[in-house]
Design a protein around this ligand. Structure first.
Ligand code: CDP
Ligand code: CDP
Length: 231
């Protein structure tokens, strides 16, 4: 059976990566968390004092992009790939609220996007890829055979992210998580370069009231139809 490209876009904490990992495991495809790449660049900027609440050295960050190597390595125990920054596994460090609070500003820099989109297209060249993000169906793979756009209410999404952070042991306040979710939605949807927007041919799934299992089944049906058309 021919391999296809599956693009999953949508707002923050809508369950994109959860379902993308399940689909990749089900089909034997490669899963790519494009948001992890923007988060890794943000972590690099924070570690090198290029970004803080007081200051944002955009030109220095752009200048140091060539020092930065992001890649994914499959973790057989977890069953999916984890992100590495200059050879170090940063999967945990990139998920903090501190990184979330700067990532949308970093992701709005055209030079950052150019570099990461180039790498994302290389990874997806051979097809058989499930990639989740904000611009996958619109910019990275506009010819993807399956495009899903996930959404849910901000409160539901913030609650999901809050639970996740608390379970990791992070000390966070619900209102701050909700504020971050709303702020990122706004910045991601209003930036000039590759804003978060539904591709014309994407199928919208509002999962506010869907369990992860129900949402997986719905998306697998859409993929099955696309695979039958492609055969
Ligand atoms: O997991 P969550 O939905 O909170 O975010 P993420 O997928 O890890 O993405 C973090 C941030 O990276 C987003 O809020 C966007 O600012 C940026 N991003 C992007 O601009 N384009 C993508 N393809 C993926 C993420
Ligand atoms: O990748 P994205 O930021 O869109 O979201 P995620 O990290 O996949 O999901 C955020 C949290 O929501 C996870 O803890 C999921 O288990 C949970 N979730 C849920 O409770 N119900 C859904 N229908 C989808 C995700």
């Amino acid at each position: 059976m021919k391999k296809i490209t599956i693009a999953i876009d949508g707002h923050s904490s809508t369950g994109k990566s959860t379902v993308a990992k399940q689909i990749a495991a089900h089909l034997g495809y490669t899963y790519v968390d494009s948001g992890a790449m923007y988060r890794a660049v943000t972590l690099f900027a924070m570690q090198n004092n290029l970004i803080s609440a007081a200051d944002f050295k955009v030109n220095e960050l752009i200048g140091s992009l060539h020092d930065l190597k992001i890649d994914f390595q499959f973790n057989p125990d977890l069953g999916f790939s984890e992100v590495y920054l200059n050879g170090t596994n940063v999967e945990n460090q990139i998920r903090t609220l501190a990184v979330s609070s700067f990532v949308s500003q970093v992701a709005a820099i055209p030079e950052v996007r150019y570099q990461l989109v180039k790498q994302q297209r290389q990874i997806g060249e051979a097809k058989g890829v499930v990639m989740d993000g904000r611009d996958i169906g619109t910019v990275v793979f506009p010819n993807a055979e399956v495009k899903i756009f996930m959404t849910a209410s901000a409160e539901v999404r913030a609650q999901r992210r809050f639970d996740e952070l608390i379970n990791r042991g992070d000390k966070v306040v619900f209102d701050e998580v909700l504020k971050n979710v709303k702020e990122r939605d706004y910045i991601d949807s209003h930036r000039a370069n590759s804003p978060l927007t539904k591709a014309e041919d994407a199928i919208v799934i509002d999962n506010s009231a869907l369990t992860p299992e129900a949402q997986l089944n719905k998306i697998l049906q859409i993929i099955q139809t696309a695979l039958e058309t492609k055969r």
